[in-house]
Design a protein around this ligand. Structure first.
Ligand code: NAD
Ligand code: UDP
Length: 311
């Protein structure tokens, strides 16, 4: 059955893939975005679709629309973008959550929060399960994002508890794919752009820190499965690819797949950069039958093709 679905941050990387997926399934999609890191290019393919509507709006301000579901993705996700205006990042996470939860309560919509593996901070438990409370520096450079998202989770769980709002808290681990912003400073976009230009690949620290990379199609499929699942299952629920790579391994893999002549150079490790990250996805698999299907090499090749078109 067709639904009216609000996607905040719908002009961003993940949001635009989500809009596409929801439209393909015959839904009406209302996308709101303040275009801080969102790009018009990401939503141009949908602008002719009568089931798609875009409104420039900042989620720190209240918003009203009759909708059945809300995916709350509005928030810059790359460290350079979220640290650019830290106070604004906190406001986006916290006030954005208040406004969207208020709307969900008023129109009785289901609402999914795009939370993050960053709620685990620099984790001391590995791999990370949903039961882990995390290890976050509340005053460090990443705190605007980490604590903003943690506060949003608290708002979600309490709107559920006190106002019976039907919530879903999704903890998203590093996700990549076509339509990432080539200048957002994230590791996949940086390394691919550097490799395609045969420039030095900038590995921070010694490159021993690890991440687990999930291809965007797998993530979007999981997000929608979670939204549509039993209302009793509120999460938090981890989603990501549990195959872990060191950043140095990733650099070498991208050099190999692009056939680049780039060299690897080493730069200082940013403050509070988490040393390891890998999701335990047993809850998502048990409750939703979800697991990622795209191997890193396959996903990287598709992403490299995309970045070639933006060069
Ligand atoms: P992105 O920066 O491409 O997209 C974020 C979108 O939110 C952009 O279109 C931006 O313009 C919009 N936005 C920012 N502030 C806003 C505001 N105040 N009002 C309205 N719109 C606003 O990032 P992404 O990778 O697509 O991430 C989407 C969501 O998923 C974010 O909430 C992020 O925290 C979460 N997430 C992403 C990842 C990942 O690896 N991509 C990992 C964990 C969590
Ligand atoms: N990184 C790197 N070189 C870069 C960009 C990032 O070595 O040019 C490292 C960064 O220090 C971190 C990892 O890659 O350890 C992932 O960084 P990203 O900004 O993509 O996301 P994070 O998971 O840290 O939020």
């Amino acid at each position: 059955m067709s639904k009216r679905i609000l996607v905040t941050g719908g002009a961003g990387f993940l949001g635009s893939h989500l809009c596409h997926y929801l439209l393909e399934r015959g839904n009406e999609v209302l996308c709101i975005d303040n275009m801080f890191t969102g790009r018009r290019k990401n939503i141009i393919p949908f602008l002719d679709n009568p089931n798609f509507e875009f409104i420039r709006h900042d989620v720190t301000m209240p918003f009203f629309a009759e909708v059945d579901e809300i995916y709350n993705l509005a928030c810059p996700a790359s460290p350079i973008h979220y640290q650019y205006n830290a106070i604004k990042t906190i406001k986006t996470s916290v006030l954005g959550a208040v406004n969207m939860l208020g709307l969900a309560k008023r129109v009785r919509a289901r609402i999914l929060q795009a939370s993050t593996s960053e709620v685990y901070g620099d984790p001391l438990e590995h791999p990370q399960k949903e039961t882990y409370w995390g290890h976050v520096n509340p005053i460090g450079p990443r705190s605007c994002y980490d604590e903003g998202k943690r506060c949003a989770e608290s708002l979600f769980i309490n709107y559920h508890k006190f106002n019976q709002v039907r919530i879903k808290i999704l903890r998203i681990f590093n996700t990549y794919g076509p339509r990432m912003d080539p200048n957002d400073g994230r590791v996949i976009s940086n390394f691919i752009m550097q490799a395609l230009r045969n420039e030095d690949i900038t590995v921070f620290g010694e490159g021993r820190q690890s991440r687990s990379f999930c291809y965007v199609d797998d993530m979007v499929r999981g997000m929608v499965a979670f939204m549509e699942s039993d209302p009793q299952f509120t999460g938090p629920c981890n989603m990501g690819n549990p195959v872990e790579f060191s950043i140095l391994q990733l650099a070498k893999e991208i050099i190999r797949l692009t056939g680049s002549s780039s060299s690897i150079i080493y730069k200082p490790l940013p403050e509070d950069d988490p040393m390891q990250r890998r999701p335990d996805i047993s809850l998502a698999t048990e409750k939703l039958g979800w697991k990622p299907e795209t191997h890193l090499e396959t996903g990287l090749l598709k992403t490299i093709e995309y970045f070639k078109t933006v060069l």
